[in-house]
Design a protein around this ligand. Structure first.
Ligand code: B12
Length: 317
């Protein structure tokens, strides 16, 4: 079977950008070309991409991973595959996925609200919301879940996160000012929204700019509010590159004094040498705590979780 670069990215879960970069830098994979010059991958190429991704994820440098992936021919997926394999989704996430597949918005929303009502924001985000989005993304990459299903889920997740962010409380005068936004080109902002929600537990003056913030605008916003810190989020590889440009530019200024960078797009091994920003831990609750600790923010306790008035009481019994 033959695959375009888009189809290869979907099938392997490795971004198009990353696949092309490997080819440019390491000559791997080496797809055939159509008469018009378009890349055409076969099943072996896909296998090489998957193996290479796993080797890199297990800490092997990309050039070595490229050599290993091709020289071993029809290489079996490494034993590390088992340990690095994603654990099966938890029962609650499975239940949510059923609602997603059935486009059952009411059930999905009720179950998600229940997760927030029955546990802390941290637990609901780390244990339910992010794993759900992750599973939806994996299903999409395997072509089992359609784009409509993904948009449907994202919209409901967004609504719930935003409704909880609305429970904001006043901030003390003199509290550290933190500007939060996604790098230019980055439209995945649900991780940023989740981080925003968790940062509300700390006495921080949050200025949230949302998705796709151009470099100059981020700098201007930081100056306008005399920010103590900026936090940049990137999910895709392209946004990571632009994020570093912004981080470097901010780091050259006297203020903000802290520039945090985070998100799934960061390859911590490759980027740890880049000194323009403080790299946040991968878990969103850990990232919120790391930011608060760096800024010396006062903890003011979690926001009380109240059942949403639009849900019948028995939903929470
Ligand atoms: C929802 C979604 C969308 C929505 C976004 C809606 C929104 N407002 O956010 C829309 C439809 C816009 C979208 C578009 C695209 N998407 Co999309 N999307 C997703 C999906 C399903 C969830 C995104 C998300 O919220 N991730 C957050 C969590 C779930 O990701 P995670 O890796 O588990 O994150 C962990 C940590 O990294 C951490 N974390 C997450 N966010 C943050 C933030 C901070 C600050 C910190 C510290 C930690 C942190 O928390 C998690 C648990 O620890 C993912 C699937 C996935 N696996 O992420 C794909 C995914 C991110 N998308 C992908 C792609 C390819 C695209 C498109 C290019 C598709 C296309 N062809 O148009 C565009 C690009 C848009 C752009 N320029 O930004 C790929 C990215 C591959 C890559 N690495 O580059 C993914 C991974 C799907 C896949 N499996 O291939 N997408």
């Amino acid at each position: 079977m033959q695959y375009t670069v888009q189809a290869a990215a979907r099938a392997t879960g490795v971004s198009e950008h990353r696949i092309r970069t490997w080819e440019r830098r390491h000559g791997v994979p080496a797809p055939a070309r159509s008469p018009k010059g378009r890349r055409l991958y076969n099943d072996d190429d896909l296998r090489v991409i998957r193996v290479m991704a796993r080797l890199i994820d297990s800490g092997i440098p990309a050039d070595e991973a490229a050599r290993a992936a091709v020289s071993s021919g029809r290489i079996e997926l490494p034993a590390a595959d088992e340990s690095s394999a994603q654990p099966a989704a938890s029962p609650i996430v499975e239940t949510l996925l059923d609602a997603v597949r059935a486009f059952d918005g009411q059930r999905l929303e009720q179950q998600l609200r229940r997760a927030f009502a029955e546990s802390s924001n941290e637990e609901a985000i780390d244990g339910v919301v992010m794993p759900l989005l992750h599973e939806v993304g994996e299903g999409w990459a395997r072509a089992e879940i359609g784009v409509a299903c993904e948009h449907f889920t994202s919209e409901i997740v967004r609504r719930i996160l935003v409704s909880r962010v609305d429970e904001r409380r006043p901030v003390s005068p003199g509290a550290p000012v933190l500007v939060l936004g996604c790098a230019v080109g980055e439209h995945h902002d649900l991780g940023m929204l989740a981080l925003w929600l968790l940062l509300l537990d700390w006495d921080l003056n949050l200025v949230v700019l949302g998705a796709d913030v151009p470099e100059a605008e981020m700098v201007a916003a930081c100056k306008a509010v005399d920010a103590d810190a900026a936090c940049l989020v990137a999910t895709t590889a392209t946004a990571v590159s632009s994020m570093w440009l912004i981080a470097r530019r901010l780091a050259r200024l006297q203020r903000p004094r802290h520039v945090f960078v985070g998100g799934p797009g960061l390859d911590r091994q490759t980027e740890s040498g880049i000194r323009a920003g403080e790299i946040l831990p991968p878990s969103i609750p850990d990232a919120a705590r790391a930011i608060a600790a760096s800024l010396g923010a006062r903890y003011r306790g979690i926001i009380e979780t109240t059942p949403s008035p639009d849900l019948p009481a028995h939903e929470f019994e």
